[in-house]
Design a protein around this ligand. Structure first.
Ligand SMILES: O=c1ccn([C@@H]2O[C@H](COP(=O)(O)O)[C@@H](O)[C@H]2O)c(=O)[nH]1
Length: 305
């Protein structure tokens, strides 16, 4: 499918029409069992296609988690290809959660796989890991821009182990001397966090794009829930979407979204997988659960202007 328009515009329209929610398609073996399905490719396919049937006409963004499909080998990947194609056909924006990152020459192959017209795994956007260096993502950023697709780059992930690496301080203008770590948050005299430097690199790519750039970031909605202060991010110049996982099953709530994102809420796309999926296999129940979550987030965003 050729994308005639930039990703930022397509995402903005999808959220305006369908509301601010991404639902993850995560076929955990435990969920397959809870749905009365076999833990094999037939169960995987039934699970995933039920999600597409229930959600793809109403929810702005669907996020299949590649790992759960890869776990079944080539037959599982074939199911993923079908999920991507049919969900896009139904009008939802498909964000493939693959968290790819590698040296530039290998990134070019990932860009061909996920961000290039005609590839069986090409989605509307893909998650990327910048932890081989943001610059190593260049082939994917270029391919996304050229084909009207997007990327979501991991900045501050939702898992409790993330802060040690992503909260480490680096100089604000590298290369330079590594500053002493004194604060986990935005740029200060000691530098800025690794996560904030990812946000800054994304912002540079998005500069000048309207209504929104095509380089999003991932910032977990769970930040600060496990004690200690939540890192503060300067998101003012990002001009890109913020994917916020950790909503629902990992414990984050709408109150966390308000606490973490405040004035930037209009660009935040919370994503929830298990907390919605546990309402299946009934399609109507699954859809209702997703729409309830979406309405909760919409109400919060409206309250924040
Ligand atoms: O920081 C991150 C980045 C990605 N994820 C992914 O999102 C879903 C979350 O699933 P839930 O069932 O809603 O907890 C899952 O696919 C993760 O790999 C994340 O959780 N945190």
């Amino acid at each position: 499918m050729v994308n005639p328009r930039p990703f930022g515009a397509r995402l903005t329209e999808a959220v305006a029409a369908r509301g601010p929610l991404c639902v993850g398609i995560d076929p955990h073996p435990g969920l397959l069992r809870d749905w009365g399905l076999s833990v094999d490719v037939a169960g995987l396919e039934r699970f995933a296609m039920t999600c597409v049937a229930a959600l793809a006409e109403d929810i702005a963004v669907l996020k299949p988690q590649s790992a759960f499909f890869e776990a079944f080998g080539s037959a599982g990947v074939a199911v993923l290809e079908r999920v991507i194609a049919e969900a896009r056909q139904a009008g939802t924006v498909v964000l493939l959660d693959a968290k790819r990152g590698d040296i530039g020459s290998t990134m070019a192959a990932y860009a061909s796989a996920y961000l290039t017209d005609g590839s069986p795994l090409a989605a509307d956007a893909v998650t990327l890991s910048p932890y081989l260096g943001f610059g190593s993502l260049e082939p994917a950023l270029t391919a996304a821009r050229a084909s009207g697709r997007g990327v979501f780059v991991l900045a501050a992930t939702s898992n409790p182990e993330a802060g040690e690496l992503q909260g480490a301080l680096v100089p604000a203008d590298p290369p330079g001397p590594v500053a002493a770590p004194t604060s986990p948050g935005r740029a200060g005299p000691a530098g800025r966090s690794v996560a904030q430097s990812v946000v800054a690199a994304a912002a540079a790519r998005n500069a000048g794009l309207t209504p929104l750039g095509d380089v999003g970031v991932v910032i977990g909605a769970t930040l600060g829930r496990n004690g200690g202060d939540a890192p503060e991010f300067d998101l003012t110049g990002l001009n890109g979407p913020i994917l916020a996982p950790g909503f629902g099953a990992q414990g984050a709530t709408v109150a966390d979204l308000a606490r973490l994102f405040g004035d930037n809420l209009r660009h935040v796309l919370p994503t929830s997988s298990r907390d919605v999926l546990r309402h299946g296999p009934n399609e109507a129940a699954l859809r209702d659960a997703a729409l309830r979550t979406r309405d909760e987030v919409s109400a919060l965003r409206e309250g924040h202007g």
